[in-house]
Design a protein. Structure first.
Lengths: 304, 253
């Protein structure tokens, strides 16, 4: 039996539902020397902002129970350098590239999207409205329905490519945000970004992260992520890219059952950079054993 | 850059050397054949999601197809590692980072190790040929001293229970070592120790490389967690990918 793992997200066709999450594959070149990216659904670049960002002072990461906190602070080379040095490399990678954009104003989001829209290698945009680790922008937008709507509609004018809005779990009504994204012409949502968390040293009584708080990721957040994906899929008809703590193919199946059309894997790439391969193999076996010819049939098959 | 691989490696031995320091030998023929002095591996100490991340350890030595790590029990991960027995399997990711440069023109190698900072030097020493080597090592007290694989050692302890009372830097400065343009210093240890060494080397215009440690998630340049300030510009360098070995004048501690 030939299994079809391909899925569609808006106009974007993926050869399988596995997408490497922003911030866990650099600009692609960092992983291309040990991964054949053509075998993976897509990769999402680390967030690009209009101006370069140095990122937060160390300490930037700390491990927690079955998870980790990061406060990198959207460190990136900035739009100009990305266009000059990173895009030419991406063009050689034979990969589906989704460009993640972060900004501190609506105008910046639009300017970045416009500037990147002409590059054929970029197949879609993932708009980061929910980074918990920067003071300006980021989460401020992610918690504001009107702002998310405005960002989506303005970016829609700037590009015909697939627009994915990456939603924050740090609010109480994620489905409302997905609804607004759909209304304003967005093609899909990614759910979820990291959860805000912190950790303290009990002897010095100081926060371990210089930024005080960070974004929690890893298996610790999977139940939250699943609940958010389910919440969106039960009330809004929009493709969802599920993410949050996926470690293996079983987690992927679970996300698809609750409503994800595709998934992103993030933290696991730090621990097992070959996880995507293992997950894809596992999905093929699962489909074979359960007579699933097209994996897209799995999406939203929850029995409640 | 070397291609990174994951090798599921059988433990040959995991011996307790002091109250907190262990010597671990594992069968990793591929990594053993590729890894260079000063590079490191990222080791998964459990098969489960706890602890989640790998633990980075300097390569201490290579014996044919065995790779050797010298590690100190400092937290949950190393506590689990210390319980591992011969025959158990560890997932080892490597080789990672850039090692020491020891092909350049020097006559005397000075090794400076603070505490578990001695870990990367046995493999380096094994690879330095036809040069004079002196090792200055410092520990908290006599019971914590580990000079495994080192050569021509001078000792310091914080409490004076063995060798000079003071740090390995105090010891290095106190010895009338001939320091000149044909001397190269290789150092590893806590950041405050390396910071004072870097200042000393700047003053005396000495050739020195330091190996840093840092919290990190991936070990291969992706997570951006392990930054250290660059001296040349306002940017950050990554300990895992740009280091862990740096020229003393590349970084600000």
């Amino acid at each position: 039996m030939e299994i079809d793992l391909s899925v569609n997200i808006g106009k974007l066709k993926l050869c399988n539902p596995i997408v490497l999450a922003s911030g866990t594959v650099g600009y692609g070149e960092e992983v291309a020397n040990f991964l054949d990216l053509s075998k993976i659904g897509a990769i999402i670049t680390k967030s690009i902002s209009l101006k370069p960002r140095r990122g937060n002072s160390p300490q930037r990461i700390v491990e927690t129970s079955s998870g980790m906190l990061n406060a990198i602070g959207l460190a990136n080379v900035g739009l100009d350098e990305f266009v000059k040095t990173k895009i030419p490399i991406l063009e050689k990678l034979n990969s589906n590239v989704i460009c993640n954009i972060a900004a501190s104003s609506i105008e910046e989001y639009v300017e970045c999207t416009k500037a990147l829209n002409e590059f054929e290698i970029i197949k879609a945009f993932e708009i980061n409205v929910s980074c918990p680790n920067v003071k300006e922008g980021g989460l401020i937008f992610g918690n504001d329905l009107t702002a998310v709507g405005k960002i989506t509609s303005e970016i829609r004018v700037a590009t015909n490519k697939t627009i994915i809005i990456k939603l924050s779990p740090n609010n109480s009504n994620i489905a409302e945000f997905a609804k607004v994204v759909k209304q304003e012409g967005g093609d899909a949502v990614s759910a979820i970004n990291t959860l805000i968390g912190t950790a303290f040293d009990i002897y010095t009584k100081k926060p371990i992260l210089k930024n005080i708080t960070g974004g929690l990721s890893g298996p610790a957040i999977k139940p939250v992520a699943l609940a958010k994906v389910l919440e969106i899929s039960r009330s809004v008809d929009i493709p969802i890219i599920g993410l949050g703590g996926i470690m293996n193919w079983k987690d992927v199946v679970e996300f698809m059952i609750v409503g994800a059309s595709a998934v992103q894997i993030g933290t696991v790439n730090f621990i097992n950079p070959f996880a995507a391969y293992e997950i894809i193999d596992g999905l093929i076996k699962y489909c074979k054993n359960n007579s699933i010819i097209n994996i897209s049939q799995l999406t939203g098959t929850y029995q409640i | 850059m070397n291609k990174i691989i994951i090798e599921n490696s059988i433990i040959e031995s995991n011996d307790k050397l002091t109250e907190s320091i262990y010597l671990l030998k594992v069968h990793s023929p591929i990594i053993a054949s590729k890894i260079k002095p000063g590079q490191f591996c990222n080791v998964k100490v459990s098969d489960t999601d706890y602890p989640l991340l790998r633990r980075p350890f300097s390569i201490c030595d290579v014996e044919n197809h065995l790779i050797v790590f010298l590690y100190q029990v400092v937290g949950v991960g190393t506590e689990i590692l210390a319980q591992k027995m011969e025959g158990e399997v560890l997932s080892i990711l490597g080789p990672l980072g850039n090692g020491f440069n020891f092909d350049d023109d020097f006559e005397t190698a000075i090794i400076i190790g603070g505490g578990i900072g001695v870990a990367p030097f046995p493999f380096l020493i094994r690879n330095i040929t036809n040069k004079k080597i002196v090792s200055y090592i410092g520990f908290r007290n006599k019971n914590e001293i580990v000079d495994y694989g080192l050569t021509n050692c001078k000792y310091a302890t914080d409490d004076g229970s063995f060798g000079l009372k003071g740090t390995c830097i105090d010891l290095f400065k106190s010895e009338n070592t001939i320091l000149n343009s044909k001397t190269k210093i290789f150092a590893c240890g806590p950041n405050p120790m390396l910071k004072s060494l870097i200042e000393y080397c700047s003053d005396k215009n000495l050739n020195c490389e330091v190996s840093l440690e840092s919290a990190m998630a991936c070990g291969f340049g992706i997570c951006q967690g392990c930054v250290v300030e660059s001296k040349e510009d306002d940017e950050y360098k990554l300990v895992c990918k740009d280091g862990p070995v740096f020229k003393f004048n590349e970084i600000k501690l």
